[in-house]
Design a protein around this ligand. Structure first.
Ligand SMILES: Cc1cc2nc3c(=O)[nH]c(=O)nc-3n(C[C@H](O)[C@H](O)[C@H](O)COP(=O)(O)OP(=O)(O)OC[C@H]3O[C@@H](n4cnc5c(N)ncnc54)[C@H](O)[C@@H]3O)c2cc1C
Length: 420
């Protein structure tokens, strides 16, 4: 058996955490680096943004996750560059050497080069973003109630009707109906419009016909204005300009219209796709690199089944991570290995789902597509199962049950430093 190898894992999202958990501790020492000190459960960001659950319920301190893993070291730092010739990474706290490097840095919001929209729009890619949206919405209503100048405040625009946009719109429609009117007596909420703008023909355009139709029907019934086959071309903090020339006055735009890869210097341009993902082979290895791998959202792996890369979802990240942990163990335990002993990644898509509101969700499985109460129940069950700790599962379960029964939550805090 070879001597212990040092692996640096950059990024503690779904892929990085899973990889560090699964890697054989008898063979490897791991240095896990993330700019945050916690893992984030991104699928429930929208519930933090709409004051349904607390940020701490979906944030998991890394030192706590790995407290029993003696071979895992953790550093909170931003990795800026890879120096391949020296097997070294550059970070804001110094340089670190590796035998193997695993890049699992995920994606960021893609504004498609529109700097003005980027300056004014809100995003939903981190717990901070979710809290910022929550602060912004609640502050908006404080402003409406205490000012005469209400123009623009009463429209909330969400750009992009994929799962994130749809879930946000549905959730805002619910608090508009059940929660905000009780908090802000005196505001006429019929004037508060939630507008969902989508470039393609449908909401949830990547899902089945059933999911597209059901989500459209649910959202319309909940009072969401849906504008399809239309793009946002400009936003200056006051007015959203649409590709059909129309304008919408608004102080709040949430941009959920696409992602692109986070960047680290040192990977050759030929290995980077147009959407900034890193090209890897079926073993997650980056082209032209012997000992550098990429996993999850940042990795672009072409397979016969997925010629345009895999969907950027948690399940892909988790399964790529598990397989790489196995393959690296095979490499290090058997120096006479042949490539045949390593397994290629094949994604088994179990289906997709999205929730629109209480009792309303859509589920696409291979053999059946359905929506309604049962779909919503399955959505909740699976998301609860995916949450990392038992304590957090319980807290979220209690928050959801409380909200279901009372149609209220008590989490509407504006948490901004008063001096800012
Ligand atoms: C709002 C939202 C809702 C979603 N809903 C679903 C859903 O319902 N189901 C589903 O399957 N998927 C969902 N996804 C997608 C899913 O969250 C991603 O596919 C998944 O997080 C990808 O995991 P990852 O490990 O590749 O990256 P991430 O989980 O994004 O983790 C990347 C990590 O890298 C760190 N990092 C980045 N750059 C650096 C750097 N330079 N130095 C150090 N650290 C760095 C980040 O801090 C982060 O912790 C959703 C995503 C979002 C944003």
């Amino acid at each position: 058996m070879n001597k212990r190898k040092k692996i640096i894992v950059v990024g503690a999202g779904f892929a990085g955490v899973q990889f560090a958990r699964k890697l054989d501790e008898r063979l490897f020492d791991i240095l896990l680096i993330d700019k945050l000190n916690h893992h984030q459960f991104q699928p429930l960001f929208y519930q933090v943004a709409t004051s349904q659950i607390e940020p701490s319920s979906i944030s998991f301190p890394l030192r706590n996750i790995f407290k029993n893993k003696w071979n895992v070291q953790i550093r909170m730092a931003e990795v800026t560059e890879i120096n391949k010739s020296k097997n070294e990474i550059v970070t804001d706290i110094g340089n670190f050497k590796y035998d193997y490097l695993v890049i699992a840095i995920g994606c960021k919001t893609n504004f498609f080069g529109n700097n003005e929209i980027e300056k004014y729009a809100l995003t939903l890619k981190s717990t901070y973003d979710a809290i910022t949206i929550r602060n912004n919405i609640l502050t908006t209503f404080e402003n409406i109630i205490s000012s005469n100048n209400k123009y623009g405040f009463l429209n909330l625009v969400i750009v992009g009707a994929g799962a994130t946009g749809v879930e946000l719109a549905g959730s805002f429609a619910e608090i508009k109906k059940n929660v905000l009117p009780k908090d802000y007596h005196g505001i006429d909420f019929t004037n508060f419009k939630i507008i969902l703008i989508e470039g393609s023909k449908n909401t949830l355009n990547n899902m089945s016909e059933n999911a597209k139709k059901a989500s459209m029907k649910y959202l319309s019934a909940m009072g969401v204005t849906i504008i399809t086959e239309t793009f946002v071309t400009k936003y200056d903090g006051e007015t959203v300009v649409l590709s059909n020339g129309n304008g919408i006055k608004t102080k709040t735009v949430i941009w959920a219209a696409g992602v692109c890869g986070n960047k680290i210097k040192g990977i050759s341009e030929t290995s980077i796709t147009k959407s900034e993902r890193i090209k890897v082979n079926r073993y997650s290895k980056i082209k032209d690199c012997e000992n550098i791998f990429a996993l999850g959202d940042i990795a672009f792996m072409e397979t016969p089944k997925y010629p345009n890369g895999h969907p950027q979802v948690a399940n892909v990240a988790i399964n790529q991570a598990k397989l790489l942990a196995k393959n690296l163990k095979a490499i290090e335990s058997d120096s006479n290995r042949t490539k045949k002993q390593l397994k290629e990644f094949e994604y088994k898509d179990l289906g997709s789902m999205a929730t629109i509101g209480n009792n309303k969700a859509v589920v696409d499985l291979h053999f059946v597509k359905f929506n309604g109460y049962f779909a919503w129940f399955i959505w909740m069950f699976l998301h609860l199962m995916l949450i990392l700790s038992v304590k957090n599962k319980l807290i979220i379960f209690i928050d959801w049950t409380w909200k279901y029964i009372t149609k209220d939550t008590s989490l509407r805090l504006i948490l901004v430093h008063p001096k800012k």
